[in-house]
Write a protein that binds this ligand. Structure first.
Ligand code: FE2
Length: 246
């Protein structure tokens, strides 16, 4: 599936320093997000053409990352550019999108998914299809980050206490300019408050993701006894969402 698009994406990647670990990490992340996006779309029984478009949106969601690293050597949007917006500019330049999408009626869906994927909240003026595609890409992106990042931490790295407020308020964290490893793990844990689909909630539960991340924090900052209560609270939230079956 999507062989033409995958090989075009590889060609695009080859214009950059493919040996650079930071760039290679984003290339591999893009492929995995494509796969997660397809799985979520299938779980919703969407039509075949939509599943394909959603896979392409997953593949392209981070296309701005390579240029961002080349220009600024950082993935911090706050310290460089909005990589979702940059991605749309790259796809629009000389109609580069046409190498991936052959039916014009889907092009705006891709633009909107790439643009919206890294925003704190998605825009509220999206069409029905735009909203579904954007939410799938956001879930898929988060699932891959939850699975592959934040799985180790140096000892004695203590999170900033105020970040915990986000867990109590059941909201995602706003990006900060200065984040330590523990802050990043809490930020990832809060991703669950922006997860839209049952497929993703089940994945998080089955992979034991919340427990593993909290265990890291407990080992790194053992004096913080609150973490057991927080784990219970998070588990209850997850179970409640799984039972909602919205
Ligand atoms: Fe991204």
């Amino acid at each position: 599936m999507l062989e033409i698009q995958k090989s075009e994406f590889e060609n695009y990647f080859k214009k950059f320093d493919t040996k650079n670990e930071n760039l290679l990490r984003k290339f591999n992340h893009s492929i995995r997000v494509m796969n997660f996006s397809i799985e979520i779309a299938k779980s919703l029984y969407l039509p075949e053409d939509m599943i394909e478009i959603i896979g392409i949106a997953g593949l392209l969601h981070d296309i701005g990352r390579f240029e961002q690293w080349k220009r600024y050597e950082t993935y911090s949007d706050l310290n460089s550019v909005d990589h979702g917006k940059l991605g749309v500019e790259i796809l629009k330049h000389n109609n580069y999108i046409k190498n991936y999408v052959f039916n014009d009626k889907y092009i705006n869906l891709i633009y909107s998914a790439v643009y919206e994927h890294n925003k704190y909240k998605i825009s509220d003026n999206l069409s029905f299809n735009e909203e579904i595609v954007c939410k799938i890409i956001r879930d898929a992106d988060k699932l891959d980050l939850l699975k592959t990042q934040g799985n180790s931490i140096k000892p004695n790295v203590i999170f900033h206490k105020e970040i915990l407020e986000n867990i109590y308020n059941k909201q995602c964290c706003i990006n900060r300019k200065q984040e330590n490893e523990a802050d990043k793990i809490i930020k990832q844990i809060c991703f669950i408050y922006d997860i839209s689909f049952q497929y993703s909630l089940k994945y998080i539960k089955n992979e034991n993701i919340l427990h593993n991340k909290l265990q890291l924090l407990k080992n790194s900052c053992p004096e913080n006894t609150n973490l057991d209560d927080i784990e219970n609270e998070l588990n209850n939230y997850l179970i409640q969402r799984l039972n909602d079956k919205q």
